[in-house]
Design a protein around this ligand. Structure first.
Ligand code: ZN
Length: 242
């Protein structure tokens, strides 16, 4: 089975549509949270995710927009975006987000927005931290988002820190024989210095994961953000992917 693994769409409908076109005829789409926050099209993104994503979990920005968690730990632009999102979110969108489980176990994969230990909040960025987390899920893979950085950690770990760029973009990462923590990167708000939308394709039959990057019409998303009155810094960072 081929699965498009998407995370951190952040209400960027133009990017989400481009990713779904690129993914083509995958068997399933799994969404790892933060459907909204930052971007201009929260309800449209949720409608599309409801249609295409068989599995879906919430992220901290989804909870912030719903008022489920406080935005005290957010920077001021993220807080402004969360407040704006909260004012435009439809009842149907709220009901959808409220219905999502924080983690899902599906065949060989566990899905968690942040980490399997702290699904809503924990950022997984270092090898020692990742090593601890393998005790917190039972499946062969754990799929995560939240950091907006495409990453792969394996157990047993490679003997050295992963060279850059790693994992290799666009070529299949062989998952066989090891356990993995995999982050496909962010669809709608990439933060690794590559402005293109990021997502991954998990193939459960060949045990491989492909990191993909997709061009989309950034100017269109930026225009919609300006129309919505979203903070300028969030608009500009789409240009750099940082
Ligand atoms: Zn996010």
């Amino acid at each position: 089975m081929k699965v498009a693994v998407i995370a951190d769409v952040h209400a960027n409908l133009v990017a989400l549509e481009a990713v779904l076109v690129d993914a083509g005829r995958v068997d399933e789409v799994w969404s790892l949270g933060d459907a909204v926050g930052y971007g201009p099209d929260p309800n449209e993104c949720i409608s599309l995710l409801r249609e295409v994503a068989r599995l879906s979990i919430p992220g901290n920005h989804d909870y912030a927009a719903m008022g489920t968690i406080s935005t005290d730990d957010f920077n001021s632009e993220a807080r402004q975006a969360a407040e704006w999102t909260g004012t435009v979110l439809s009842e149907a969108s709220r009901a959808y987000l409220a219905s999502l489980p924080e983690t899902i176990v599906e065949g060989p994969a566990t899905l968690a927005h942040g980490s399997p230990r702290s699904p809503i909040w924990e950022y997984v960025l270092s090898v020692p931290q990742a090593e601890e987390l393998f005790a917190h899920f039972q499946t062969q893979y754990c799929l995560i988002g939240h950091s907006h950085i495409p990453l792969a950690f394996a157990l047993p770990m490679p003997g050295v820190a992963p060279p850059k760029p790693w994992p290799p973009p666009q070529e299949p990462l062989d998952l066989a024989g090891r356990r993995w923590l995999l982050n496909p990167g962010s669809v709608g708000q990439p933060r690794d210095g590559d402005r293109r939308a990021a997502y991954g394709i998990l193939d459960t039959e060949t045990a491989s994961f492909v990191y993909r990057r997709v061009e989309y019409d950034i100017a269109e998303t930026q225009q919609r953000m300006r129309r919505a009155g979203l903070p300028e810094r969030l608009i500009l960072r789409l240009d750099s992917g940082r």
